[in-house]
Write a protein that binds this ligand. Structure first.
Ligand SMILES: [Cu+2]
Length: 352
């Protein structure tokens, strides 16, 4: 019933607008007898073109000024620098071309606006011009694509060189769980069919696999600085995406298969907290939080910077809250933390 009423109202509104347009057209008949643009129309459009150029430049400068500081701080992984550099160069080129072409487009639309008696020059083709505007994009794009492919292949090369730490990231609606290979650094076999909530086997580890018993399952990801980490991603239910923005890393978590990504963290959490961009961001955030606290609003506790693992696929209604803290620390700190963790066999409830 509501749907029917809504549709009826919409149809009536549409008819009303149509009628009003017709009335408006009729009332205009006397003043504008022709639909061909005259000099006044052309002048308006020419000036509007120029005004639009100023508008887009203005909004660009405003965006740089206002939002330039919300970008991510320096990359905290070994490959992150290459990634950022490729991104920067791509943006510089796009920015340069965009600024130049928009200026030419709008300025000439303004300068050569229609005027009575003025006629445009017509020529069928110009081989030289066409060659120039074809070859420049070809060279620039080919360069960017080749460089991008090279960077991509380097980043996506997951191998077992340099004794990587093996970590599984397990996604489910709506949380993350991490699993370390334990003493042997080998993950035990696991399958969603073997999940046994009653016995706290939340990741479905295979008890008969000797590699599984020393696995360490945690809710906070600790990584030793400077050591390569090979991540293996699983999902229990739907598509998720493990996104670690500070490390310039993202990989889909797909039910029924294991995906991989590898990176070496290069900056500890402690060091990153001293990064000027991070210090500034913490200061700005805590200023907002202090205002919230003064108004008695929630989410007003002072914030301290931490690396974070987020879900970057809209996976359900609590997707926004699917995150896990990442702590990058020295090897000694990491080892001490690992010592204090219980293994899978220690946390399993006995079979009945
Ligand atoms: Cu998710």
């Amino acid at each position: 019933m509501t749907v029917l009423l809504t549709i009826t109202v919409l149809v009536l509104v549409a008819i009303a607008i149509w009628q009003m347009t017709k009335m408006f057209e009729l009332s205009q008949l006397k003043t504008a007898q022709t639909e061909i643009a005259n000099d006044t129309d052309n002048k308006y459009n020419g000036y509007l073109m120029f005004a639009f150029l100023i508008f887009i430049y203005g909004i660009t400068i405003f965006s740089f000024w206002k939002y330039g500081k919300v970008l991510l701080p320096e990359a905290a992984s070994a490959h992150g620098g290459d990634y950022d550099y490729l991104m920067l160069i791509s943006f510089v080129i796009i920015f340069f071309v965009q600024t130049l072409t928009q200026a030419l487009l709008h300025y000439y639309a303004y300068k050569y606006r229609g005027e009575k008696g003025k006629k445009a020059l017509f020529f069928a083709d110009n081989d030289r011009l066409e060659f120039i505007w074809t070859i420049i994009p070809v060279i620039v794009l080919a360069g960017l694509i080749l460089w991008g492919l090279y960077t991509w292949t380097n980043i996506m090369d997951v191998n077992d060189e340099d004794d990587p730490l093996i970590v599984e990231l397990y996604a489910q609606q709506f949380n993350w769980t991490a699993r370390y290979g334990g003493e042997d650094n080998v993950l035990g076999l696991a399958n969603v069919r073997m999940i046994d909530i009653n016995r706290a086997n939340v990741l479905g580890l295979d008890e008969s696999d000797p590699n599984a018993s020393d696995d360490v399952i945690v809710k906070e990801l600790h990584l030793p600085v400077g050591r390569k980490v090979n991540f293996k991603f699983r999902s229990q239910d739907v598509l998720h995406s493990a996104y670690m923005p500070h490390f310039r890393a993202q990989m889909n978590c797909v039910p029924g298969m294991t995906t991989e990504f590898s990176f070496t963290p290069t900056i500890t959490t402690e060091q990153m907290r001293l990064n000027p961009d991070v210090v500034d961001k913490v200061k700005r955030t805590n200023k907002i939080r202090a205002e919230r606290a003064a108004n008695g609003e929630p989410n007003s506790d002072p914030w301290e910077f931490d690396y974070v693992l987020l879900c970057n696929k809209i996976c359900g209604k609590s997707h926004y809250n699917m995150q896990m803290k990442i702590i990058v620390e020295t090897e000694e700190e990491y080892n001490a933390w690992m010592e204090s963790q219980q293994t899978f066999s220690q946390t399993m409830a006995p079979a009945e």
